[in-house]
Design a protein around this ligand. Structure first.
Ligand code: AMP
Ligand code: MN
Ligand code: MN
Ligand code: MN
Length: 284
């Protein structure tokens, strides 16, 4: 496993989370860790929020690495939730900020609803408990996951999701997130590039994934996250081929959340397959 990208001089990590969403490190500590792990260009991509970018930018200047403002937008598309990463966005763009704010309003209601549903299966004080695991203002299923783990209701995070938080399970609330058109539109309005995150993670046939990517391109999306910690070697190759076939640029991101998950580290990812056009050609 190589730690640097072969298609450029830099080690790019274009997907990670801070305490502003469901990461466990504050933005400055996250940037510091990225620098220690050899990352040279980092994009902070919190879920539905850009509030960590200011702190991360200052920390990156001190650490001597490049920080890109980013965001991971929650999208409902064809009855599924997908994630669209925006890279190199203007974090002060009013259209982007207004869109993300609406998403967080829904997220707030949905966070309470998850709590109500978990109460019904006997998990007392679920909402209040999840709030205690939150370090910023945003509540995600990850925070519920940490609560349920703490209460010994499963052995690991995967187990907690499988038992309580995935579709069909007691704490699941079907998402009503942004449309694909809106998400790509906000990112473009903010001068950024839109990238479909961790495509191999979606429970989709190849045909449906191609339909998603065609629609995404039509709306102005330009990138596919080919290299992700969610992807095995086969999936990287499959996604690289989709990117080449469709003329999408390829991105590379760890989706780092927490140093406790030692198998996912900032900047520690395979290089982009050689046939891919790197997403960074869009801003360099
Ligand atoms: P939310 O946006 O509130 O639905 O939370 C989604 C987050 O939950 C993702 O960004 C992941 O960090 C985490 N997550 C989703 N699925 C799983 C899973 N199967 N195992 C562990 N974490 C997961
Ligand atoms: Mn997350
Ligand atoms: Mn995601
Ligand atoms: Mn993510």
């Amino acid at each position: 496993m190589s730690t640097t990208s072969e298609s450029g001089a830099y080690n790019y990590d274009l997907h990670c989370h801070s305490t502003v969403s469901d990461g466990t490190l504050p933005p400055a500590a996250l940037v510091q860790r990225a620098q220690e792990k050899g990352v040279e260009v980092l994009a902070l991509t919190d879920h539905d929020e850009v509030a960590g970018v200011a702190e991360a930018t200052v920390a990156a200047q001190e650490a001597g690495i490049q920080l890109l403002a980013g965001v991971e937008v929650s999208v409902s598309w064809s009855k599924q939730t997908i994630h669209v990463v925006g890279l190199n966005v203007d974090p002060n763009n009013p259209e982007l900020l207004a869109g993300l704010e609406k998403l967080r309003e829904y997220r707030h209601w949905r966070g309470e609803e998850i709590g109500r549903k978990l109460e019904k299966v006997g998990i007392e004080g679920a909402y209040a408990g999840a709030l205690e695991h939150r370090k910023g203002d945003l509540l995600t299923r990850t925070h519920y996951g940490r609560l349920l783990l703490e209460r010994g209701l499963a052995n690991d995070m995967q187990g907690v999701f499988k038992k309580y938080l995935l579709r069909g399970k007691p704490g699941y609330v079907a998402g009503k997130w942004a449309t694909l058109e809106a998400a790509v539109g906000w990112i473009k309005a903010a001068g950024g590039v839109a990238v479909v995150a961790h495509p191999a993670r979606y429970d989709m046939t190849r045909t449906k994934l191609r339909r998603l990517l065609h629609e995404f391109i039509e709306l102005g999306g330009v990138g596919l996250e080919v290299v992700s910690s969610s992807h095995n070697t086969n999936e990287i190759h499959t996604m690289a081929q989709h990117a080449v076939d469709l003329g999408l640029a390829a991105s590379r991101g760890s989706d780092f959340h927490d140093p406790a998950y030692r198998w996912i580290e900032l900047g520690r990812l395979p290089a982009l397959p050689k046939k891919c056009e790197p997403i960074w050609t869009h801003w360099e």
